[in-house]
Ligand binder design. Structure first.
Ligand SMILES: NC(=O)c1ccc[n+]([C@@H]2O[C@H](COP(=O)([O-])OP(=O)(O)OC[C@H]3O[C@@H](n4cnc5c(N)ncnc54)[C@H](OP(=O)(O)O)[C@@H]3O)[C@@H](O)[C@H]2O)c1
Length: 417
């Protein structure tokens, strides 16, 4: 095995993790970082100034550099860097999920044409090797679904709300103080970060490139006291999940909050942990739990990708489906049972309530929603500060435990919350 000449883009949380691990391993056989490109020339750094460049071309046009590790926080600029690197026949490793959610297919095609590796394990669920797993397994044995908790920030917030009875804003502030949530947490709490990862994972699970705008999506930013008390009343926890799979013989994908009971592996996924649940026809259910973010967990996936490039590994993308971008619609008649809360005055949507309660101008309870209405309903609900969470557990195809809860709810006329 020869050592790579590495060009590193970004020296923030992830970039420094990559630098530290390579130094710690003292494993120059794998590769040596030749240059690091960052943005701010006056920022103080923990290593000497000679290591840094500020013009991307100093790395991209350097013929000696054969591997690019891209860890910057600007998706548009990251796309330009990655595309140019692939065009120059350099192997590329990236952690940038937003950039991949929009450009994965195009960049994959360039990498194929150029005969170089393009790997991005760190982009989805940090240290959990889910992309590699999907790329190598579940071919003849059909994958029924893959999904789970893909965002550590929201999981930390939900865990703290549940454990310490914190309100949403306090839990968010704690997540920011701990460095899990960024100063602008929109991508996390609105579910976009989970959606980007779902798009990457779905591409490797089913060969389908989902359209960011079409997937039903609701985060946890509108979660309020009524929703939290409703969950507690039924001994359930709220989690934000992403799901991609086959339901009633139809392909379905969404990012939504869900109520889980103590039989679900997601119930026990706490703090900033991520979890992936998947099931194939013959393997039965499988569960992976691990750190989905942070300097070293994320960098460990990047180092694993580097090792794979040394072993001539490239994603096989063999599940490349005949379904083209845009042909996956969500117009099917698939019924979802949901917990829903909305303002009584917002009547832009007609709700098919199974059980409805009213408190302080808020109506809430259990309702039936069809997949084809789900996108519109989630958008209306977000606008009016309402909330939706799946009541049925999509991982449990028998759904017995939550159906029991519905029976209990039906029997209760007055709910004390
Ligand atoms: N943090 C995590 O746990 C985690 C986990 C998985 C994936 N990711 C992904 O990894 C990427 C990096 O995240 P991070 O948390 O490490 O970000 P970060 O701590 O904010 O660091 C970003 C780095 O990118 C550099 N940068 C920004 N624009 C640049 C440009 N145009 N040219 C060169 N360098 C530029 C910054 O330079 P300066 O130092 O000069 O400001 C900084 O060093 C993001 O795509 C993120 O989504 C992060």
């Amino acid at each position: 095995m020869r050592g790579f000449n590495i060009g590193l883009f970004g020296f923030g949380t992830v970039g420094q993790g990559v630098y530290d691990i390579l130094k710690d391993l003292n494993y120059s056989k794998l590769g040596t970082i030749q240059k690091i490109c960052v943005k701010d020339p006056v920022k103080s750094r923990k290593i000497s100034k000679e290591n840094f460049v500020y013009n991307k071309e100093e790395i991209l046009l350097d013929e000696k550099i054969d591997v690019i590790i891209e860890t910057i926080d600007d998706p548009e600029e990251a796309f330009k860097i990655v595309k140019t690197a692939l065009d120059h026949k350099k192997h590329v490793i990236t952690a940038n999920k937003k950039m991949l959610a929009y450009h994965l297919k195009e960049l994959t095609n360039i990498a194929k044409t150029q005969g170089v590796a393009f790997l991005y394990e760190a982009s989805s669920c940090g240290s959990i090797p889910i992309i590699r797993l999907l790329d190598n397994f579940y071919t003849i044995d059909e994958l029924l679904y893959v999904g789970g908790i893909f965002n550590g920030t929201t999981n930390y917030i939900l865990h703290k709300i549940d454990e310490e009875n914190l309100i949403f804003q306090t839990a968010l502030k704690q997540a920011q103080e701990k460095g899990f949530a960024e100063s602008d947490p929109t991508n996390d709490i609105e579910g976009l970060d989970s959606l980007y990862k779902l798009i990457i994972i779905t591409y490797h699970a089913y060969g389908i490139m989902l359209d960011v705008k079409k997937v039903p999506l609701l985060g946890i930013s509108t979660l309020n006291d009524i929703d939290i008390k409703f969950a507690k009343k039924h001994h359930l926890k709220i989690r934000l999940v992403a799901y991609s799979g086959i339901k009633n013989n139809q392909y379905v994908a969404f990012v939504l909050p869900i109520f889980v009971n103590k039989n679900s592996p997601l119930y026990h996924t706490e703090y900033e942990y991520n979890a992936v649940v998947l099931e194939s026809r013959y393997s039965s259910q499988q569960f992976l739990k691990g750190k989905g973010a942070g300097s070293y967990p994320t960098a460990s996936s990047i180092i694993a990708d580097l090792q794979s490039i040394a072993n001539n590994y490239k994603y096989r993308n063999h599940k490349e489906s005949t379904v083209n971008i845009g042909t996956i619609d969500f117009d099917k008649d698939i019924k979802f049972v949901v917990y829903l809360r909305k303002n009584v005055l917002s009547d832009n949507i007609l709700i098919n309530w199974e059980k409805r309660y009213v408190l302080d101008n808020q109506e809430f309870g259990i309702a039936n929603v069809n997949l084809k209405e789900l996108k519109k309903i989630t958008e209306e609900i977000r606008k009016s500060n309402g909330f939706i969470a799946l009541w049925n557990d999509p991982w449990n195809r028998k759904n017995t435990h939550l159906e029991n809860h519905i029976e209990q709810v039906k029997e209760v006329n007055q709910i004390e919350i």
